[in-house]
Ligand binder design. Structure first.
Ligand code: SF4
Length: 339
């Protein structure tokens, strides 16, 4: 029997040493990030406000799937839906922030629980009650707005078998809350966009103010396998074909992340190839709404990975803009580095 979300047990924390060590590393990284963030803000924010913005834990109350977070980049509240609390992903990106030490065995997504949790989160946010509970009470006034619902999480969301039913359920919850205007974002590595359950979800997504944010970090197959470390049977061409497939029908957002590997910036030939791949998607009829150029902003999976500096990220943005002037391109900086 499905239990009320308020009765769900507190998710057990794994006490092993390896998990403890990860948490110490993460706390140190976030402390550095918080200081850097507060230093870089044009308006002065107090420490609590900075903390709620930097807090991207995927845990809210006792929910299994739903986790509201304040996003400075989104300019408000993003209601995250973690479709992979079991942390399953068909990539193993070298920069991934997910702590895979704390693995959990779960069998699929329970739609009834997900719907209850989302209904609760929307109710709390729409009514304004959310702004009175910790840590949201310290949210700066200008960020106290609902920006989006994002299907993402600790793995690849489109890998779940009932993805189409999930999108329908989320669209229904938005409608029931009287908030069809809230954007519904699917953050994906694009490997499954051609699967029937994802294709079936697209019309619901289109009718629900939906957007696809697709990952593209490489221009060559070799670099793709080095950075994203996909299942060996997944070639870069599949990502490119899938992005083109969905982008012919609707404009998509491309999310790309570049980083230093053993202190070295991305290879020149790789950046050229990446820009060429973007051009090929457009030439094949794909519509790109925005290219987000990110670097590392949280603890990466591999210690040889570090963030690019702001200037380096700006150079990549400039390179894309000059090769493809019709594209909208934005930089999403990491925390300041000493490089
Ligand atoms: S696709 Fe996302 S969740 Fe999967 S390994 Fe890469 S960054 Fe992590």
């Amino acid at each position: 029997m499905v239990r009320n979300v308020r009765e769900l047990p507190i998710i057990p924390q794994i006490p092993q040493f390896v998990d403890w060590a990860y948490r110490v590393k993460k706390a140190a990284f976030h402390f550095h990030g918080l200081i850097a963030y507060n230093r870089g803000m044009s308006e002065k924010v107090d420490q609590d406000a900075g903390r709620v913005i930097c807090d991207h834990r995927r845990q809210w109350r006792q929910c299994l799937y739903v986790y509201p977070v304040i996003s400075r980049r989104a300019g408000g509240l993003s209601i995250g839906i973690n479709l992979n609390p079991d942390k399953s992903c068909n990539f193993a990106c070298v920069y991934c922030q997910i702590d895979r030490c704390a693995h959990r065995n779960l069998d699929g997504v329970n739609l009834a629980i997900l719907h209850d949790e989302l209904h609760l989160a929307l109710e709390e946010a729409v009514s304004g009650r959310l702004w009175h509970e910790s840590p949201f009470a310290s949210t700066p006034r200008n960020l106290q707005r609902i920006n989006d619902i994002a299907l993402s999480g600790d793995g690849e969301p489109t890998c779940v078998d009932n993805f189409d039913e999930i999108v329908e359920s989320v669209a229904l919850a938005k409608a029931q809350a009287g908030r069809n205007d809230i954007k519904l974002v699917v953050i994906t590595n694009a490997t499954q966009l051609d699967r029937p359950q994802v294709q079936r979800a697209l019309s619901t997504l289109d009718a629900s103010n939906g957007e696809i944010w697709a990952k593209l970090d490489a221009g060559t197959d070799e670099y793709f396998h080095r950075v994203n470390r996909p299942h060996p049977k997944i070639p870069l061409q599949r990502i490119l074909d899938n992005i083109t497939l969905v982008a012919r029908e609707r404009a998509v957002v491309i999310q790309s992340l570049f980083f230093r590997s053993d202190s070295q910036p991305p290879p020149e030939n790789e950046l050229c190839a990446y820009v060429e791949r973007l051009g090929e998607i457009i030439a094949a009829g794909g519509k790109i709404k925005l290219v987000q150029v990110h670097t590392v902003a949280r603890v990466p999976a591999e210690s040889f990975v570090s963030a690019l500096g702001d200037k380096e990220l700006d150079e990549i943005v400039g390179r894309i803009r000059s090769a493809l002037p019709t594209l909208d391109v934005e930089a999403y900086y990491g925390y300041p580095t000493r490089s």
